[in-house]
Ligand binder design. Structure first.
Ligand SMILES: Nc1nc2c(ncn2[C@@H]2O[C@H](COP(=O)(O)OP(=O)(O)O)[C@@H](O)[C@H]2O)c(=O)[nH]1
Ligand SMILES: [Mg+2]
Length: 471
């Protein structure tokens, strides 16, 4: 009896050792994090990246592919049994089927394992057969990174900072009325707690719709199966001094701590801390189109998101990572197919400027960073048109709303990103010189040659930066 139990234990240990040995020496795993705020283009990016890794005809910028060293690519069951699988097949069918359309938006974490059989290059080329390398792609909402700021804040500090920040926003009026008349010392009452929490959640939704990015706690917007649970039933309230036993203040503070411990911390520990390479997708054109306030807000949110990648500033994260770090971070402006390629360098420059502070610090911490303008699924073609005596460089495509073919000129992005970022920082209400427009195009019907993935812009360069050195 006892002996068999010991034997069982030993057997399992040996099995575990076997796992790690084969993973590290023979079948390396790269965990690629894909994040960005809602609608930044994560789903389309992952779908197109995987399709283009399976059929590599359009990936000349990925050296291992252009050198013909990738002998095979295939999807495999992912290693994490409790994380939803990224619905690759459904998304690809949406984008490249008979009646192409954009995939449904998803709002949670998901994962997909792509395995590559790669022949080594250089010195090892003649000595070694092909190796299998697993690319575990993890899609998670950028909103969840914003919660990192809560980890180092007490309930009282968080309440005070939040109430001060949102006090003047019209979208917060109802909630603020309620918060102001709340006595933190009153006895805890579940109905009151629920009213506060639901008013606060309504405010967060309205704030996000109005273009604000500082909408934490992130799970209030995307509660999933936590909806209605105590960890999501709290709100900032005016507090002064320590809380009394059984008071509303005490219970709200307790739930806030539970949210940090049971929602935020597990995400960082189980997912974020294991990422090797990261791409942060940004809908910079969308923000430019929405105006200076949206650009400034995006800059702020980028700063907050990116603070997760310089753990030195955050004690909680430093402990969690214990020396491990993300090795490469790519900041990509998505949907570059809205612009003629002549303007792509300007979009890249804007992306660089938006993330400059964060990139400088990441570089200091030893991570390689880059900024790029990409289109995961190219929905347009380019053309030059005569217009009022000048030549305009336009893009053509099928408009999403009307289904009509149209040529489109989005406006001229400035050479110098400061022409956009400075007015945004100074609180300008609208752009001075001109307006920028974004049309939504439908994905174009495709007629792919065998071996070709869906059309894109610089997806191969993005892949080379993110994983090229490991292939
Ligand atoms: N034209 C164009 N539109 C894109 C591209 N990628 C994303 N989009 C648009 O952005 C929307 C949001 O993309 P999605 O991947 O669902 O964003 P997510 O919320 O970050 O997963 C899509 O429905 C498309 O309208 C692209 O490469 N080109
Ligand atoms: Mg998505």
């Amino acid at each position: 009896m006892v002996i068999s139990r010991i034997a069982d234990g030993i057997w399992r240990q040996v099995e575990n050792v076997g796992d790690t040995v084969s993973e590290t020496f023979f079948e390396p795993v790269i965990r690629l994090g894909v994040t960005g705020l809602a609608r930044s283009g994560k789903t389309v990016f992952i779908t197109s990246l995987v399709a283009n890794m399976l059929d590599r005809g359009r990936m000349p910028g990925l050296l291992a592919a252009s050198e013909g060293r990738i002998e095979a690519a295939f999807l495999q069951p992912q290693p994490d049994d409790t994380v939803p699988r990224f619905e690759y097949e459904a998304h690809l069918a949406a984008m490249t089927g008979k009646d192409p359309h954009w995939p449904e938006s998803t709002r949670t974490i998901s994962e997909l394992r792509l395995s590559l059989k790669v022949r080594p290059n250089g010195m090892l080329a003649g000595l070694q057969g092909p190796r299998t390398i697993h690319l575990d792609i993890v899609d998670y909402p950028g909103e969840w990174l914003l919660d990192l700021g809560l980890m180092e804040q007490s309930f009282e500090d968080w309440s005070a900072a939040t109430l001060a920040r949102i006090g003047e926003r019209s979208s917060a009026r109802d909630f603020m009325d309620l918060a102001r008349e709340t006595d933190p010392a009153q006895e805890h009452d579940e109905v009151k707690a629920q009213t506060l929490a639901s008013q606060f959640a309504s405010y967060l939704k309205a704030a996000r719709a109005a273009g604000y990015s500082d909408c934490t706690p992130g799970r209030f917007l995307l509660p999933g199966d936590l909806a209605g649970s105590p960890v999501l039933t709290f709100a900032p309230i005016p507090t002064d001094g320590p809380s009394q036993r059984k008071s509303l203040h005490r219970e709200m503070a307790r739930r806030y701590e539970a949210y940090k411990r049971q929602v935020v911390q597990p995400f960082f520990r189980d997912h974020f801390a294991r990422i090797d390479r990261q791409i942060v997708l940004v809908d910079a054109l969308g923000a430019i189109n929405a105006g200076p306030r949206a650009v400034e807000d995006l800059r702020g949110a980028m700063g907050d998101i990116l603070s997760a990648f310089r753990p030195g500033k955050n004690g909680f994260l430093t402990n969690l990572l214990s020396g491990k770090r993300v090795e490469k971070i790519l900041f990509a402006a998505t949907k570059a197919d809205h612009l003629h390629h002549a303007q792509h360098p300007r979009l890249t420059a804007i992306m660089e400027a938006l993330t400059r502070d964060a990139r400088d610090r990441a570089q200091y911490a030893g991570a390689g960073t880059a900024a790029m303008a990409i289109a995961s699924l190219r929905a347009t073609t380019e053309a030059t048109m005569a217009h009022e005596g000048a030549q305009l460089e336009v893009v053509r495509g099928t408009l999403l709303e009307s289904g009509k073919e149209a040529a489109f000129y989005p406006g001229d992005l400035p050479q110098d990103p400061a022409h956009l970022l400075n007015p945004a920082r100074q609180g300008a209400k609208k752009w001075l010189d001109q307006d920028y427009q974004v049309m939504r195009f439908a994905p174009a019907p495709l007629n792919l040659r065998p071996g070709d993935g869906p059309p894109h812009i610089r997806l191969d360069r993005a892949a080379e930066f993110l994983i090229g050195d490991r292939l």
